[in-house]
Design a protein around this ligand. Structure first.
Ligand code: CUA
Length: 333
């Protein structure tokens, strides 16, 4: 290795280390905000410090041996040995003991986080699609996409399945990750302990737009959650704004309704996200863009340019049609 390569590697290593020092990053598992995430973090810290201890002991011994027994002029050849029973038993037993130290808390944590959720847990069904998330609240009668809202302090029982390929549900600060597997339902639960918006990401490679399959979990006070449920349950109202009203008319008579649903209208497609409350979401296109009129227009103009591979076709909309549709979609709250 040349000196230059070595320096570059060192710099990259130091930068990577420094990157871990700041935060909390939006997707940092080191800043837990739920019981399960805190449990996993405790386990990580525990094992991490044991690993640090092992590293320090091993490296100290290594450096000592390298320096103390290095070759020097006039040094005679060392005595040749063949095996050292005590030493061999020692270095077999030591790792075994270390593994026991790691296994006990690991197995305990697995049982704690994998056990069934509490009986009063709220069920949220998660359906993975290429490349977005559908959230269904069966008890509340709500369907939404890419952004789940849950109340703080209440256990959520996530029921995970996929409609196509493998995906993986992961909101690092709250819990996960757990795969969405074809033909079966996986479960995951956690109780968020502070309000806020937590970012998540599909954590299983699922195709071309895998990296753009983000999600958000809004953790809100119980009152705010009740209000959110009420607003989500209400069917969409026809907009009063003339431009948005023209957008509604266009939407309801176009190909859009083949894939999208808007409750309270005859749009009942299920291929794409339910758009009943589109205007109230913070992002569009599976978390790819912030939900602004400009971004919505960009998306409608060139969905494949924004998120290559997604299932939304380029409908060849004119600027006028795009303006109407943007006004309509943003009015759906
Ligand atoms: Cu879905 Cu990666």
């Amino acid at each position: 290795m040349s000196v230059r390569t070595f320096r570059t590697l060192l710099l990259v290593g130091v930068l990577a280390l420094l990157a871990g020092c700041t935060g909390p990053w939006p997707q940092s598992a080191l800043h837990p905000e739920s019981d399960v995430a805190a449990n996993l973090d405790r386990l990580f810290q525990n094992i991490f410090w044991w690993a640090v201890l092992v590293f320090v002991v091993v490296e100290t011994l290594l450096l000592y041996v390298i320096l103390r027994y290095r070759d020097r002029p006039d040094r005679p050849h060392p005595t040749q040995v063949h095996g050292h029973t005590t030493l061999e038993i020692g270095w077999t037993l030591a790792p075994a003991v270390i593994l026991v130290f790691i296994a006990i808390p690991t197995v305990r944590t697995i049982f704690e986080v994998d056990g069934p959720p509490r009986d009063d847990a709220m069920v949220v069904e998660v359906i993975g699609k290429r490349w977005w998330w559908e959230f269904r609240y069966p008890e509340e009668g709500i369907v939404t996409a890419n952004e789940a809202t849950i109340p703080v302090g209440r256990t959520v029982d996530w029921r995970l399945r996929t409609e196509d390929v493998l995906h993986s549900f992961w909101v690092p600060r709250l819990g996960g990750k757990r795969d969405l597997v074809s033909g079966r339902e996986n479960r995951l639960w956690f109780t968020p302990d502070s309000t806020g918006t937590y970012m998540g990401q599909c954590a299983e490679f699922c195709g071309i737009a895998h990296a753009l399959m983000g999600l958000r979990v809004h953790v809100v006070e119980p009152d705010a959650f009740e209000a959110w449920v009420e607003s989500q349950r209400a069917p969409a109202e026809s907009p009063e704004d003339p431009l948005a009203a023209r957008g509604e008319e266009y939407f309801l008579n176009s190909a859009c309704i083949g894939c999208h649903r808007v409750r309270g209208t005859h749009a009942a497609g299920t291929v794409g996200p339910d758009l009943t409350n589109m205007g109230s979401r913070r992002t569009i296109a599976g978390g790819t863009l912030g939900n602004t009129p400009e971004n919505m227009a960009r998306w409608l103009r060139d969905p494949q340019g924004v998120k290559p591979g997604n299932l939304m076709p380029d409908l060849g909309l004119t600027d006028e049609q795009i303006d109407m549709l943007v006004a309509y979609l943003e009015s759906l709250r």
